[in-house]
Design a protein around this ligand. Sequence first.
Ligand code: ATP
Length: 497
Amino acid sequence: MSMGATSMDVLVSLSKRRGFVFQSSEIYGGTGSCWDYGPLGVELKNNIKRVWWRDFVQQRADMVGIDASILMHPTVWKASGHLDHFTDPMVDCRECKRRFRADHVDALPWTHYCAATKGNKFTIPAGEACGHCGLRRTLCPECGKGELTAPRQFNLMFKTFMGPVEEDAAVTYLRPETAQAMFVNFDNVLQSMRLKLPFGIAQAGRSFRNEITPGNFIFRTREFEQMEIEFFVNPNDRVDGRPADEYWHDRWIEDCMAWFLRYGLAADNLRLREHEKDELAHYAKRTVDIEYKFPIGWSELMGIANRTDFDLKQHSKWSGKSLTYFDDERKEHVVPFVVEPAAGVDRALLAFMADAYREEEVRGEKRVVLKLHPELAPIKVAVLPLLKKRDDIVRTAHAIRADLAKQWRVVYDDTAAIGRLYRRQDEVGTPYCVTVDVQTVGDSERGETGDQRVTIRERNSMEQARVPIAELALVIRELLDGAPWPQVAGRYPSPRS
Ligand code: ATP
């Protein structure tokens, strides 16, 4: 057995060939950095979101969820800092690559290599001409050599208009993160659910950023999905002798790391990266990224930030509404601190695919297999008839598919010979194949009734067991709930070869 190195090209081509991810609007030449999830991609993506929601919302007593609208009141982005921090027109120097605010360039002193003085270097005050040659600045003010690009808007927010009139008062934005909805709904959620600190609000949904340099397949796109949690804590509380916000920050880092390991990412491909003090966002007390060794190298998979009370205070200031929590014990109003675990769905999907991809050699042939965690696998079971000319086999296989499909995504396929069908399912990560054969249904002309058993084949080991049709759904349930294959298969005979 050999492990193939997973390159981005391999994943892009598998994704297209097998219906995981297509380039958006491909027949028109594609849309920059936009991708469409195909029939298998949408299942994988939904599974990622589903297990995240189950593990972090459904199963926890201290979590609730929301689903907010993408268009929010424009003042949200004023309060959050997004409007002010990202709206400047920028120009880049083609030579030294320094970046300037276009509206500041003329107000800067500038460096000049003057041809009239054999190229001597001068620094000339803002707005003035060279005293020797009389030229005014046309090049980069810093290096004096490079041309500047035309001004470009570097605000990452997509701007649009609400309503029929395209005027300034109607300007609004597609949200660049899902987080703000949790802050502006803080009081609604607190009051309606009668919550006590600490508690968290989760949301999974689309975000939009007009990224200047998108790329690397679905790693960085302009439209993507996030799974974010805002976990509110009382900053006056102490847990294990530490400030509550610091304790919970560490807890969330551990829990998120454990989550990615649980669903199959290899420990060697994951690491934590602490943000340096000078790279911390203005609101953050501490930020730690979980990085994954993507085909493009170590890069951020998710970030876990301690955002302090910045957001609630900002929204309270701009809205005029109080966003506090009444601390019963201390009899005082307090602005909670918030710990934010923020993950990207598309990036998680890319990591899960990259980590699961294997090229193995089986009996002299190459087999491509996606060793996806069964809970994430887009198709849980493929039902395959051994002989598609036999009506009774085909009928039984369809009936089994229909029965299992009440619980899971299950497919029927009879478009190739069995070996080929297995390979196809391996390549998309289907953990179990069920084969219906002559033994299952017997030969009625000879008066045989068949054993009413089917063969289950497990993807990773390729081992098989004969399971009664009547027990099939329970066996699949047991396996998907995490029972090890040898333990379950050990109860049943192997197929006769
Ligand atoms: P980066 O530094 O890679 O731009 P970020 O630090 O700006 O990311 P956050 O604002 O912390 O990202 O967003 C949380 C998560 O959302 C990221 O860890 C990532 O998984 C995802 N994400 C952010 N921007 C994009 C994007 N353009 N395309 C896909 N996923 C994204």
